[in-house]
Design a protein around this ligand. Structure first.
Ligand SMILES: NC(=O)CCCC[C@@H]1SC[C@@H]2NC(=O)N[C@@H]21
Length: 493
């Protein structure tokens, strides 16, 4: 099969009344069933409209902000899919599993692959190192039931986000993939997307075609809005990304979509109402086989140009706690190069009509991001400042009036993992308004001048410089087996 229809459902999850007070298993199931009732309607509707697979959000069945004790009644033992289990036909095979049974029946009755996020519990012996005091591991888990209701994938979230104290990190990142008639799929959850394992590794080392991505993503402007970053990740990695976000405007959670290397959506972003939403798209089963697919050499153009700095007009400012180097775009058109550490960014631009009460800057950051997790970034960005006070550059801003006639942004990145983002006023994606050239330039199309620009960004992740990667490296160096192998090889040769 060359094509398939994918669906994602953004669900406004019904939350427990008070998730800091323990409830009985019956009460927990009651709440979960109320959410599954809504998911079932969405899944049934998606299947009737021809969808082959549907993704539902992280935390979409029981919500968030639990303790280990209060999450426990919501958890089920989820077996390894190797056991070949159709819970709908054999519900009691692995003990009490009402949620898995219901999800399996929904998949089977509607002949559709169903992706959901639930909690797994695994008993352990408290005297074993690592086993929690309460005698079980808790995992934030994504499950997939195929169109016969069989459990075909189980993934335990590795990169837990701040506050997920109810869950454990699995001992190693799990690389979960499965084959379907419409391509090879990989799966990971929310914050995982920012790290090499399992997210990038599923594409690089396991060659998946499509990613299933349940998320509960709080939007952060200017670079980490769900639709903006997730579409950029799909484009940068060259895969389909089926992203299903939880909908909760008070938590800034909205933004789901079906992204492919070539198309930014369809997507759903709605901060005005508490409505859920079904999104559909027909996708290529093997997106990298397309004749138009290529991997850019991200630093080719930037390395080829002669550099000149903007001189005195350079200042520092904070963007999501990172200290960027900025320079203001003072003229209606210009040509700038701006560097920080090893990264130099180059921008050429022309604006249609410069709005006098708006300030735009070119920004560069090459360093370790340390808020809500540690990850190394290399970023080149053209963005609108919140106000005309340059101290506001880097702060979140949702609207703009200035339209650009054209821009071209590039950088001499040290990483090949660069995600191209272009965001328009009122948090819209610039569908069909830009491209990435083989030499790494992010360039606008003529139609970019139709809508005011919020930001255009090359968001690079230098995974090898992450503290976790460095720890892994030093672990290998400290491992006595490594020394034994080196000495043995020296003796042999
Ligand atoms: N459920 C999760 O794992 C949520 C993590 C995603 C949050 C993204 S990544 C860092 C940014 N900080 C936020 O508040 N939202 C962004």
């Amino acid at each position: 099969v060359d094509k398939f229809i994918a669906a994602t459902y953004e669900h406004a999850v019904i939350l427990p009344e008070n998730s800091s007070i323990p409830v009985t298993a019956e009460k927990a199931l009651e709440l979960m069933n109320r959410n599954i009732d809504i998911l079932e309607k969405a899944i049934t509707s998606a299947a009737r409209q021809g969808a082959h697979i549907i993704v539902t959000p992280e935390d979409g069945i029981y919500g968030w902000i639990f303790t280990r004790e209060t999450i426990y009644p919501y958890l089920e033992d989820i077996p390894d899919p190797e056991v070949n289990w159709v819970p709908c036909s054999d519900p009691e095979r692995f003990g009490r599993a009402p949620v898995q049974t219901r999800l399996s029946c929904i998949a089977k009755n509607n002949s559709i692959y169903v992706v959901a996020n639930i909690g797994d519990k695994k008993p352990c012996n408290v005297s074993t190192v690592g086993c929690p005091e309460d005698g079980h591991y808790h995992y934030n888990t994504a499950v997939v039931f195929d169109s016969d209701g069989k459990l075909v994938a189980r993934y335990h979230k590795y990169n837990l986000f701040l506050g997920e104290i109810q869950f454990n990190v699995p001992p190693e990142p799990e690389m979960v993939t499965f084959e379907t008639p419409f391509g090879k799929f990989g799966i990971f959850i929310c914050f995982d997307i920012l790290f090499y394992k399992p997210a990038a590794a599923l594409v690089v080392d396991h060659q998946v075609d499509s990613i299933l991505f349940p998320t509960a993503w709080m939007n952060v402007l200017p670079h980490l809005t769900a639709i903006e970053f997730h579409s950029a990740w799909a484009m940068g990695m060259g895969v389909n990304l089926l992203s299903s976000n939880t909908h909760n405007t008070s938590m800034r959670m909205t933004g789901s979509g079906i992204f492919s290397p070539e198309t930014l959506g369809p997507y759903y972003y709605n901060m005005d109402t508490e409505d859920g939403n079904l999104t559909f798209s027909t996708l290529s089963a093997h997106p990298r086989n397309s004749s138009t697919f290529f991997t850019p050499n991200w630093s080719l153009y930037a390395n080829s140009i002669s550099k000149f700095s903007p001189g005195s007009n350079v200042f520092r400012g904070h963007l999501f706690s990172d200290e960027f180097t900025f320079t203001e775009l003072t003229e209606p058109q210009g040509n700038y190069t701006l560097c920080q550490n090893n990264l130099c960014c180059h921008l050429t631009y022309t604006v249609t009509v410069k709005i006098t009460d708006e300030v735009y800057v070119l920004g560069v950051f090459d360093g370790l991001h340390e808020t809500e997790g540690q990850y190394y970034l290399q970023i080149c960005t053209l963005l609108k400042c919140l106000s005309t006070d340059i101290k506001s550059c880097g702060e979140p801003v949702e609207t703009a009036s200035t339209k650009f006639k054209s821009f071209s942004l590039s950088g001499n990145f040290s990483t090949s993992f660069v995600f191209p983002e272009v965001l328009l006023s009122k948090v819209h994606l610039a569908t069909g308004m830009f491209q990435v050239l083989p030499d790494g330039r992010l360039t606008s199309h003529a139609n970019i001048s139709q809508e005011p620009l919020l930001s255009a960004t090359l968001y690079g992740r230098w995974y090898d410089k992450d503290p976790a990667a460095q720890d892994a490296g030093s672990k290998i160096l400290l491992d006595p087996t490594v020394y034994f192998i080196i000495i043995a090889l020296c003796v042999v040769y």
